[in-house]
Design a protein around this ligand. Structure first.
Ligand code: GLA
Length: 395
């Protein structure tokens, strides 16, 4: 069965855009193995848009661009498979792909067969140039049927950017994951906006079909195809990765793995974070509190107070994990350090429960507790504190 956990892998779009080739994909496959990504669970290597010629051939088939892929696509897939990885490709439900290449509208069954014949294991299916009179759900259902008829087990990664509330129906058309937002850009505002927008939808994401908050930009450091605005700091990338893991969504890396700085390789292979993302129960995080952050305003201008209030900036979540464990997250999306409170009564542990919480900081390994009644760490701006916790009876 596919997609029993959020799929993990790498996708060419964020860094390379149209600048893809046979050689690049082979190099990336090598690196995914050599640098431990495959061993950590990242198994899908996905080629995004811009891989084909601008026209179908005389038989109506998609043709890989021979300049980019001189040995054809089966050879690429064979190489990827020889490394123990799975191979992903891209098409679109509209009448052209987003970059203007032929797509699968009215060619669903033919194209699914073509992908299967090349050894494709994963299809990202985009939404550009979708006819206004078209029926979005029906078209995703058609491609889902085409993939199932193709004779090969192919993970269906539906990418309609959250149009028509896909969390309500994508699972029912057989998709294994569905993009729930517009494209991520390599900056702090983009990924925090995406996270905020999906908080209420995550409970509809679970084994078999996951909410896809888009490819990671962790470690891109402004290089590549989706760089826009201010480059993220280490803490901001760590926040992005931790939010995706807390949300329990697919982790499709987007950085150039050949040159990604070592600290980001370690981050994307962090065993506790991956364990949270991949927890077998696939539960969404429970939002305990969403609040503003109030901080001092040391040099108030005329008419300002000596404090500032930043709305919708602090979040506490508790995520139930298997085996009696919990992930407890304190997230600070303001630009100032703040103490973020969590009363244990708000997570179902009132004073009379007789239970305490033992916490372990996921990033430092520090053991905290057992704590009773509340725990309120100080969290720097644009950062989070994340703990793995267990209940312990009060002595
Ligand atoms: C859309 C998708 C992106 C990427 C591009 C390719 O914008 O949302 O993830 O696939 O198309 O053109």
């Amino acid at each position: 069965m596919l997609s029993q956990r959020p799929p993990l892998g790498w996708n060419s779009w964020n860094t390379f855009g149209s600048n893809i080739s046979d050689a690049l994909i082979r190099e990336m496959a090598d690196i995914m193995v050599e640098k431990g990504y495959l061993a950590a669970g990242y198994e899908y290597l996905v080629i995004d848009d811009c891989w084909s010629l601008r026209e179908r051939d005389e038989n109506g088939l998609l043709v890989p661009d021979p300049e980019k892929f001189p040995h054809g696509m089966k050879a690429v897939a064979d190489y990827v498979h020889s490394k123990g990885l799975k191979f992903g490709m891209y098409s679109c439900a509209g009448v052209m792909t987003c970059a203007g290449y032929p797509s699968s509208y009215d060619h669903e069954f033919t194209d699914a067969k073509t992908f299967a014949s090349w050894g494709v294991d994963f299809l990202k299916y985009d939404f550009c140039f979708f006819p206004e009179t078209g029926d979005c759900r029906a078209r995703y259902q058609t491609m889902s049927m085409a993939l199932k008829a193709s004779g090969r087990e192919i993970l269906f990664s539906a990418c309609n950017w959250g149009q028509h509330e896909p969390w309500k129906w994508m699972r029912s058309v057989g998709a294994h994951m569905y993009r729930s937002t517009g494209d991520i850009m390599d900056n702090y505002i983009s990924f925090t906006d995406i996270f905020r927008s999906q908080i209420d939808n995550l409970c509809m994401s679970a084994n078999g079909c996951y909410n896809d908050m888009d490819m990671l930009t962790v470690g891109m450091c402004g290089k590549g195809n989706v760089g826009l605005g201010k480059v993220c700091t280490y803490e901001e990338y760590r926040l992005q990765f931790a939010l995706w893991c807390l949300a329990g969504v697919p982790l499709m890396m987007g950085a150039d793995l050949r040159s990604v700085p070592e600290e980001y390789r370690q981050l994307m292979q962090h065993p506790d974070l991956l364990r949270i993302d991949q927890d077998e129960e696939s539960r969404s995080p429970f939002l305990i509190r969403r609040a503003s952050v109030t901080t001092s305003n040391p040099n108030p201008k005329e008419g300002e107070y000596p404090w500032r209030t930043i709305p919708d900036a602090s979040f506490t979540f508790l995520r139930h994990l298997s085996g009696g464990e919990f992930a407890l997250a304190y997230i600070n999306l303001s630009d100032a350090e703040a103490r973020i409170n969590c009363e244990f009564a708000d997570i179902g542990l009132p004073a009379g429960s007789g239970m305490t919480l033992q916490l372990r900081d996921v990033f430092t390994g520090e053991e905290i507790g057992p704590r009773t009644d509340f725990y309120s760490p100080s969290v720097p701006g644009h950062d989070l504190k994340l703990y793995l916790c267990r209940m312990v009876p009060k002595k």
